[in-house]
Write a protein that binds this ligand. Structure first.
Ligand code: APR
Length: 261
């Protein structure tokens, strides 16, 4: 896939206006969610008895619908849950570095560490895909104390450079065995990411399973915190996605979404 780099290197802090980072001019990937609604036209003739043509047409539409959806999972592998009349929660397996909706009002979340200069797991994948400009932007985020740009539970936002989304939101999840209040910290993670996204006019946001890798947060507990917390922001976004790398994480999130939503 051709990647188009961008030259800006400014980091956008929460207090900065959304216009501080230029919007990406090119949409590199089609929307995951664009499904044209079926159009219904009012009848222009008297109702007729069903013909064999209308039966076979209905059958075709029915089969087509089944091909598009299996247990509510669309052909692109997404499972959707309404959070409100205007917001969907979407679950899918995959690599978050490939995710985008429109390249202008979308953001992915990075499970970073407090230094914010890259690491392993999803952090490493995001930095590799975004290119060296992302590390430079992170470097320019002011330290709140030596070696700490983003304390655990907080969030920072930068441009996305060679990624197909418009922004990257960096957050630091709790280390499960060390944090004194891991659930409260993980809730802060989701709330602060969604707050900073809202301040920056993001409408579509995708999270990985924050803290569920190196930081060893159990999937079942993490998925409950994640799904129940993002629900609080149902009026603020069009779509909130979880892009889950492993089958285990996907199953945990699916089970929790079915329970909580
Ligand atoms: N897309 C989506 N999810 C991914 C990807 C990817 N490309 N790569 C890994 N993951 C998943 C992992 O499978 C795990 O479920 O992201 C989840 C979070 O795992 P980690 O990346 O290890 O994040 P975390 O547990 O929060 O630990 C953060 O790891 O390397 C670092 O710098 C990072 O120190 C920080 C720590």
């Amino acid at each position: 896939m051709a990647m188009v780099g961008r030259s800006f290197s400014l980091c956008c802090l929460p207090s900065q206006a959304a216009g501080a980072c230029p919007a990406k001019p090119t949409i590199l990937r089609p929307s995951f969610s664009a499904v044209a609604p079926l159009q219904c036209h009012p009848p222009t003739h008297r109702p007729r008895a069903p013909s064999s043509f209308s039966f076979s047409f209905s059958f075709f539409r029915c089969v087509r619908g089944m091909a598009r959806s299996d247990n509510g999972v669309s052909r692109d592998g997404q499972k959707s849950f309404p959070l409100s009349s205007t917001c969907l929660l979407k679950l899918q397996r995959g690599d978050i570095t490939k995710w985008s909706v429109d390249g202008t009002s979308d953001a992915i979340v990075n499970a970073a560490n407090e230094r914010m200069l890259g690491g392993g797991g999803v952090d490493g994948a995001i930095h590799r895909a975004a290119g060296p400009e992302l590390r430079e932007a992170c470097w320019n985020v002011p330290e709140v104390r030596p070696g700490v740009r983003c304390p655990t539970g907080e969030a920072r936002i930068t441009g996305a450079y060679r990624l197909p989304v418009s922004r990257v939101i960096h957050t630091v999840g709790p280390v499960y065995d060390i944090d004194e209040h891991p659930e409260a910290s993980l809730r802060s993670v989701y709330r602060n990411c969604l707050r900073i996204a809202k301040e920056n006019h993001i409408q579509y946001i995708a999270f990985p399973a924050i803290s569920c890798g190196v930081f060893r947060y159990p999937l079942s507990e993490a998925s409950y915190v994640a799904v129940s917390t993002v629900k609080e922001f149902a009026d603020d976004f069009k779509e909130i996605h979880f892009v889950l790398f492993s089958d285990d994480a996907y199953s945990a999130w699916l089970e929790k979404a079915n329970e909580v939503l």
